[in-house]
Ligand binder design. Sequence first.
Ligand code: ZN
Length: 386
Amino acid sequence: MKQRYHRFGILTCLLLFLLTGNIVAQTNEENQQTYTKLMKQKNYGDAIRLMDKVLKDKESKTAENYYKRAAAYAAIDTDHQHYTFSEMLTDLDSIAKRYPDFVSYELDSATTLLGHRLPVVTLGNRSARHHIMVQATMHAREYMATQLTMALLEHYAQMCYQDICEYKGQRISNLLQQVCFVIIPMVNPDGVEIAQNGSNGQLTDEVKQWVRQTEDNGTSHTKIKANANGVDINRNFGNGFNNPFTSSRKTHRSFNFYSGLLPYSEPESQLMLRVSQRYDYDLFLNYHTSGNIIYYGCQNAKKYVNKLAHDYAKLIHCHTNYPLYGPDSAPAGGTWADDVEIIYQCPSVTVELGTTNPVPISEFPTIFEKHKNVWADLAIEVLDNP
Ligand SMILES: [Zn+2]
């Protein structure tokens, strides 16, 4: 009889253990489901209160646990290939509402040919002494660069929110008080629409016709770099505009390398110019794809500017192991780097992500791992360069 009670006791304990474990697991999962549902309903207040509870409970008091939990509550979906402009806008809205102390954004007044208004994002203290301008996806097919930039934005906002996250002994929140990142996460949304959806995209009839013609001439829409006007934004800037020595230059509307009729003729390049005039930046950081390489400096820039660019590039190399290509790798050709290095005498570094264009989403986790500490390290470096 005693033995039977004993067995009963063990079975009850086992059952209770399984049930309790299950309840805990289900509760976390349910929390996440509720959270996703609230965010989709744009019920940000309740969603943020729920996330706040989960991320600030006892379990999250170490940085490692915090990262695991925060990942489950991330807004950015990095599992699918086509990260769209409208998805990015929804994510931005959600991130800015979750982390209002660290992230804000505004839509620029200019509109692209397809009617998009571009967001300009601020991460950190706007009144900081130092600023870094980040831009991504100037070229249509390179939209993976937007996904990385957005994921980094959220990662840094999360680290500020849970004020235990440090890099090289410095609190991330403290670093971003002193160095502010001004970010244009998708410079060329019209081009992205074409690269992702071709002539089935939300385009004007005239642009659809141009895309069809381009495909008839043998270039897939997935390979387009230009905007919807057929202008390569990264050839539309002033310094070296229409340089006849750049062999790749085109003389008419094209999927790549056409500079346009005049420097800054495009709303996208005008926006870049306006944002670049806001602050006396310490660094211009540009995300393109592909090649897993880093360009720095520009051929006609002052030596000290190229030296600074080299120092920042080397720092990024330490995280990524991407090889470096210096100022002599290309003549001035109306690129963004040519402009900012010559006009502002400010260093520029261009990172080319991934192995091919468009970069397969399967490469995203490796890319993110390599780049996740780069902004913190750059901020530290900027503070070291008075
Ligand atoms: Zn590019």
